[in-house]
Design a protein around this ligand. Structure first.
Ligand code: PLP
Length: 401
């Protein structure tokens, strides 16, 4: 079966140039980059430091501000819990932690987990376009606030928050400002200085790098202090113990360098594909609406609602399409996406939503075929009763990541 991969928001394939850049570090240059007593260790360490510069350059940081982690999940946990715990331990009285209802689970759960350590988590709502109203944030930070965490681009809808305006409010209130840049970095211009960020998380596998590596930007001036999440050898300036995976890091650096050079071209390609996709559906008389239509969005994520067409029923008819749906299934439970319902979609509308995310390597031919398959399946579903949904299939196919 010829599979059509339209799930680049969940993960991107590794760019072949990234794979080529990693191979020597898996094979010959395998030494521990922390082994400073011999030449092979020194070479691995140099590969890590080159990558650190490349990742820093992508987001406008200084290389000394980049802490490698296992991904954005760990970076978000380290930023939020690490900053909150450090402030508490050093007698800072600020207890409030502010975030937004549409953040990635790892941010929401990190913030919620802090409640049992004496913090006051506040989760702000969004409007029907998935955007946070700056007035809401201003009100929330009128109580002394330790940290504000707001993602740049949403992974389900592509919605971009107004980070310059929101960051100013957070900083004026004396809070630390963190952003999950996992979807935005390499896809749209982000500059940690221009945004006045204190902490920012990135992930390699969202920008054509390998899975299992990410980074946290930790501002140096003024210095942001964090409690590490775990104990160990004190690597990464004491923020993150553990042997660095030099091969993955080299791949991350290579992916960041390519994204810096080609991100604008990628964005034009994705905007063209998104246009072709919605044009292809319209030409085939498919009724659909674009979720968060009025908001500024990433070009590579298209969240569509097809009224009367449950997304899982559509997916059962299009096994060759790899995409995500607006409902997350855990065991046999079918829960509507909290991101879509936070924007005011009903559970039914969320269950009728699809997330299509083409990428750098998606061709116009793939998009044309996908539009044809979706149109045919939507028509079939509308003509028949939706078939019974098989819970086993839902578990494997229905998760939004
Ligand atoms: C993918 C993603 C994450 C998690 O990143 P990992 O590197 O897989 O841990 C966090 N936030 C957003 C917005 C994401 O898209």
């Amino acid at each position: 079966m010829d599979e059509l991969y339209l799930d680049n928001a969940a993960t991107t394939p590794c760019d072949p140039r990234v794979v080529a850049c990693m191979m020597p570090l898996f094979a010959d240059e395998f030494a521990n980059p922390h082994s400073s007593t011999h030449a092979p260790g020194g070479r691995a360490a140099r590969a890590v430091e080159i990558a650190r510069v490349e990742v820093a350059d992508l987001i406008g940081a200084d290389p000394r501000e980049i802490i490698f982690t296992s991904g954005a999940t760990e970076a978000n946990n380290l930023a939020i819990k690490g900053a909150a715990r450090h402030r508490l331990r050093h007698g800072d009285g600020r207890r409030r932690i502010v975030t937004v209802a549409t953040e990635h689970k790892c941010v929401l759960e990190s913030v919620r987990d802090l409640a049992c350590e004496g913090f006051d988590p506040v989760i702000l709502p969004v409007d029907s376009n998935g955007r946070l109203d700056p007035a809401r944030l201003r009100e929330a930070v009128s109580v002394p606030t330790a940290l504000v965490s707001i993602m740049a681009a949403n992974n389900e809808t592509g919605v971009l928050q107004d980070l310059p305006a929101l960051g100013r409010i957070a900083k004026d209130a004396g809070a630390l400002f963190h952003s999950d840049l996992a979807q935005a970095a390499g896809k749209t211009a982000v500059d940690v200085r221009a945004l006045d960020l204190d902490l920012a998380s990135v992930s390699a596998h969202k920008l054509y790098g390998p899975k299992g590596i990410g980074a946290l930007f930790v501002r140096r001036r003024p210095r942001v202090r964090l409690e590490p999440l775990f104990s160990g050898g004190g690597q990464e300036r004491g923020f993150r113990s553990g042997t660095l995976p030099a091969a993955l890091i080299a791949g991350f650096g290579c992916a960041a360098r390519i994204a810096a050079a080609e991100g604008e071209a990628d964005a034009r390609h994705l905007a063209y594909l998104a246009e072709a996709l919605s044009g292809g559906l319209l030409a085939r008389q498919v009724a659909f609406s674009i979720n968060a239509k009025e908001a500024p969005r990433l070009p590579g994520i298209l969240s569509l609602c097809l009224p009367g067409v449950p997304a899982l029923a559509l997916m059962e008819r299009t096994p060759e399409l790899a995409l995500s749906v607006g409902s997350a299934c855990s065991s046999a439970d079918l829960a509507p996406s909290y991101v879509l319902t936070a924007m005011g979609l009903s559970p039914v509308e969320a269950a009728e939503s699809l997330r299509l995310s083409p990428g750098r390597f998606t061709t116009p031919a793939t998009i044309a075929r996908a539009a044809g398959l979706i149109a045919r399946a939507a028509q079939q579903v509308r003509e028949q009763d939706p078939p019974g949904t098989d819970p086993d299939r839902m578990v494997s196919s229905g998760r939004l990541i």
